[in-house]
Each structure stands twice: as C-alpha cells, then as structure tokens.
Design a protein around this ligand. Structure first.
Ligand code: NAI
Length: 340
C-alpha cells in the first residue's frame, strides 16, 4: 500500500537525520509520497509564519507526519512550533517507550518502560502575564476532561500491549487542587481497568527511584511539565536523547518525532545520530500498519550497533550521519527478519 506522509525536516541537524531516515525507510521498501513542509525559522523565511496553515492542513489530510527537530527561540520570538502543532492538531498524548537498545552503552540494563505524557495543558498552556513590573504570573491549567482523556489513553495502551502497571505521577501534596484533580481523574479511569494495577508517586520521589532502580517501572503517566522533564531523565537511563523515539498522538492523527532538539552545536557537520528519529519512524510504521517493515528495520539497526564498526560520535564511534544511515540500509538489503 502506498502512503502519503507529511515530512517536516526541521532545522539544525533536522534535515541531516531526516535524510538518513527517509533513505532507510525507502530501502526497507516503504511505498510513500512525502508531502514536504518547512516549520520554524525556515517557514518564517519562506512563508512569514513558523507554523503555516498549509503544513497543518497537510497533516490533517494525511493523518501522519514524520518530524525533525525545530529550534525554538529563547525568551522571545515565535512560540514553540512543537507546542503549536500539538495544540492545533489536538495531539494530546506524548508516548515515549524507553528501553535498552542492544549494544548501546548505558548505565542500566533491563529498562523497559513507557512514558505517557499529557501534551496540551498544565504550565505549557502559554498563559503568562506581567502582574506588575518584576512580577510574572504563569498559569497551570489542569482539567478533568484532559486528565481523564490521557488516563484512558494510558490504560488502553497498557491493555493493548500487555503492560501490568500504570503509575500516576503528581505533586498533589503541594498543588492540592491542580495535581489533586489529575490524580483523582486517573484513579477514576483506573477503576475501569481492574486487570491493571494503578499506583501513584510524587514526582520528586519518582525521579530518585528511577535513578536507583528504573527496571521497577512499567507505564508512567504524567501531566505535561513533569512528563517533559521525566522523559528526558528516562532517555538518560538508556543512553541519551539520541537513542529514544517518540510519538505525539491525537484521536486520529500521529506526529512522530525525535526527542532531541536541533543541536545547533553539531548542525551541518554530518555528526548527528539519526537513531532517535529512526526509532520514531519505527513507531510510525507500526501506527500505519507496516509492522513487519518496522521489525526488519529494528533488526538492521540492532545488527549495525552490535557489530560496533559503524557508530556515530555520541555512541563512541567516528561515523557520520550518512555513513551510519547507509550501514543500516546495507543490513536491510541483506539482513534477516526480526521481531521487536
Ligand atoms: P539538543 O537536544 O538539540 O542538544 C543537546 C545536546 O545533545 C547537544 O550537545 C547536541 O549536540 C546533542 N544531540 C542532540 N541530538 C543529537 C543527535 N541526534 N546526535 C548526536 N548528538 C545529539 O537540545 P538543546 O541544545 O537544548 O536545544 C536546541 C534547540 O532545539 C532549541 O531551540 C530547542 O528549543 C529545540 N528543541 C526542539 C525539539 C523538537 O523539535 N522536538 C525538542 C527539544 C529541543
């Protein structure tokens, strides 16, 4: 089947990692028309808008997008393209599976957890104002509707993927109303899934427990801000931002993106590791019904990494983005089928 997928290369290292991943997908046999769109700085240059309506329309039409990182100006300029996309498309769930890819050096082994992060509200609602000079107020929005929606997503995911436990993470001891509402909403939804254990932890304690023993966790369910922070902590448990994929999902739309940023320090130097975007693309393949192709790519990636001859600099090697991508393509041309 031929797919039409919106492709947003992004900026910084985005175009480099996107090129490598597109080549791998096409070598694996993906029949695809890429619907190419700029976002962020490049879109401002081309269309005067960091998030052009043609891009939004393309994703609504195609229902699926593969996205490279986009630079967000700090302390001014346009608001985050990533936050804007999530709002415009109703991408309420951020899904980040975190597990040890064989042969990737990391501090822990046996990690296999999934982060489900609420994507649309909390302190990321962008509601900030100056009360008087020197005093700024930022609003934390938590609604029952969004909390129940993300909880339902997490429990449905757990049921579908044979996961046994969902841990709700909060700070309801301090933010009694906002996080209290989140926690109560999760507990209400949990009662509909008696086969799945639901427990709860305070966010600071969970960070300590993740560092002490990450293998004890299964599905972690968090509001937006804690989710953002804990997701990067978890990436660090298995080797860093270069080896973790993610999906932003709405009711019928999926945007699949690497979790790292545009890495201006190494942009344009053929140094970036395309693995994270490739892992997101693998999630995308499963989402569009190309599970067998996803498994073949995972096997090819695993073979390249375990041989250890071709590795990017962040994983202790000397290979460039293109060389690493080509090595995965080489394994796809000859490699056996895999299962993950
Ligand atoms: P970053 O993730 O771009 O870089 C952090 C460090 O990790 C840098 O040393 C970088 O060289 C390294 N790194 C990142 N990705 C890598 C890869 N694939 N291979 C090898 N090394 C890699 O984070 P930073 O510097 O905080 O953000 C840079 C820009 O990216 C900012 O404008 C930020 O807003 C944006 N950003 C965009 C995201 C997105 O589009 N989804 C996500 C996170 C940040």
């Amino acid at each position: 089947m031929k797919h039409t997928i919106t492709l947003i290369p992004g900026d910084g290292i985005g175009p480099e990692v996107t090129n490598a991943v597109v080549k791998i997908l096409e070598t694996a046999g993906l029949q695809v028309d890429w619907d190419l769109h700029a976002a962020g700085v490049l879109a401002v240059e081309q269309h005067g808008d960091p998030l052009p309506s043609a891009l939004i329309d393309s994703i609504i039409r195609n229902k699926v997008a593969l996205k490279g990182p986009v630079t967000t100006p700090v302390g001014g300029g346009f608001t985050s393209v990533n936050v804007g996309l999530r709002k415009a498309l109703g991408l309420y769930a951020n899904l980040r599976p975190v597990w040890n890819i064989p042969s990737v050096p990391s501090r822990y082994s046996g990690v296999d957890l999934v982060i489900v992060r609420e994507n649309t509200e909390d302190l990321y609602s962008g509601l900030e104002h100056e009360v008087v000079p020197g005093v700024v107020e930022g609003l934390k929005i938590i609604t029952e509707e969004a909390s129940e929606r993300i909880a339902t997503f997490a429990f449905e995911y757990a049921r579908k993927h044979g996961r046994k436990r969902v841990t709700a993470i909060h700070k309801a001891n301090i933010m009694k109303m906002a996080d209290g509402l989140f926690l109560r909403s999760v507990q209400k939804i949990a009662s509909r899934y008696p086969e799945i254990t639901c427990d709860e932890r305070i966010v600071d304690a969970v960070c300590m427990h993740l560092v002490l023993n990450p293998t004890q966790f299964d599905v972690l369910l968090l509001p937006n801000l804690y989710g953002d922070i804990v997701s990067d902590l978890c990436a660090g448990l298995v080797g860093g931002l270069g080896v973790v994929g993610a999906a932003n999902l709405g009711t019928d739309i999926g945007v699949f993106e690497a979790v790292h940023g545009s890495a201006p320090d190494i942009a344009g130097k053929n140094l970036a590791n395309p693995t994270a975007l490739l892992l997101s693309a693998v999630l995308m393949l499963r989402h569009i019904g190309e599970g067998e192709m996803a498994s073949r790519i995972m096997t090819a990636l695993g073979n390249v990494l375990s041989e250890g001859k071709v590795r990017t600099r962040d994983l202790g090697g000397t290979a460039g983005t293109r060389e690493f991508g080509d090595a995965v393509c080489g394994k796809l041309e000859i490699g056996p089928f895999g299962s993950r």
